[in-house]
Design a binder for this molecule. Structure first.
Ligand SMILES: [Zn+2]
Length: 296
């Protein structure tokens, strides 16, 4: 972290569904929010096709409404400065009929989604931008779609030739959140002992964890120590009660493993191009505040 006033520091996470902000990088967002960083979230969908038990739907007219309420609850606990929806529809896992819905996020042209993200990048002017890794963590089509759109938007937002009603803005750093490799490996190894098939994992049995381990070998360029915000992250996770079934597994395999592997959240740095052996402990390391550059 720089010695400069934290209130001028801004980060923006570009993600796909309500709960992505908490289950993957909740500690990081909570930590920076507590340090005074303005932590914003763009959520591309409202998680329309998430599986929600009927008894949890009391007072809500749709899954989207329920999951938006859960996200707003979590955002308040994490301390997010703003939540913005892009209004696309959850595409579901690969091969599901929801992939074909005309408003499905994964079915949209990347430049169209990127244009919406450019608006928020230019408006909020984050020094640090975060999204999923190139395989979307566990190959969810929406995670991959928002990854591609964010990478495109990062470039377009800085391009003076890409004219919108807001001036160009160059974010200083772009990170991809990466799944903890040890957690994934142990999940594949131990799943059968818990009566679970690692190739049909999760609440809807639609995550091929073995393929994720095989293809998700991304480098770790930054690790954020989460220990002092575990309780906050857990409190935010409880907001997403309707989605907790898949995270805990039949006998709580993920709960047990996460206890051992949750002390850090890992990120790959896409920009600036990392040097060999880079290992940051602060996503704002090296960030220069524009106001200071101007006054010097
Ligand atoms: Zn998601």
């Amino acid at each position: 972290m720089t010695d400069n006033p934290q209130e001028n520091l801004t980060m923006l996470a570009c993600l796909a569904h309500p709960d992505d902000e908490t289950f993957g990088m909740g500690c990081t967002l909570a930590l920076y929010a507590r340090r005074g960083v303005q932590a914003h979230l763009v959520c591309a969908t409202r998680g329309e096709v998430g599986d929600v038990d009927q008894e949890l739907m009391q007072g809500f007219s749709s899954v989207a409404e329920k999951r938006e309420a859960e996200l707003r609850c979590a955002a308040g606990i994490l301390g997010l400065a703003g939540v913005y929806f892009l209004g696309y529809r959850d595409s579901g896992m690969p091969g599901s009929p929801d992939n074909q819905h005309p408003n499905a996020l994964a079915a949209q042209p990347v430049d169209e989604v990127a244009a919406k993200l450019v608006h928020y990048i230019r408006l909020l002017q984050p020094q640090v931008l975060i999204t999923f890794d190139p395989i979307g963590g566990y190959k969810h089509p929406d995670h991959i779609a928002i990854h591609r759109a964010t990478v495109r938007a990062f470039e377009l937002a800085a391009d003076p030739g890409y004219v919108t009603d807001l001036p160009p803005f160059q974010a200083q750093k772009l990170y991809y959140h990466t799944m903890p490799k040890d957690l994934m490996r142990w999940t594949v190894r131990l799943a059968p002992l818990f009566g679970m098939d690692p190739r049909h994992f999760g609440r809807n049995r639609d995550i091929d964890m073995a393929a994720v381990v095989a293809d998700g070998n991304f480098p770790t360029h930054a690790s954020i120590d989460c220990r002092c915000v575990h309780d906050i992250r857990d409190e935010a996770a409880a907001c997403h009660f309707s989605q907790l079934g898949g995270m805990t597994g039949r006998r709580g395999l993920m709960t047990i493993l996460q206890r051992y592997f949750r002390s850090k959240e890992s990120f790959m740095r896409a920009f600036p191009q990392p040097k060999n052996g880079l290992h940051e402990t602060d996503l704002f390391e090296g960030v220069v505040l524009e106001s200071l550059t101007k006054s010097c």
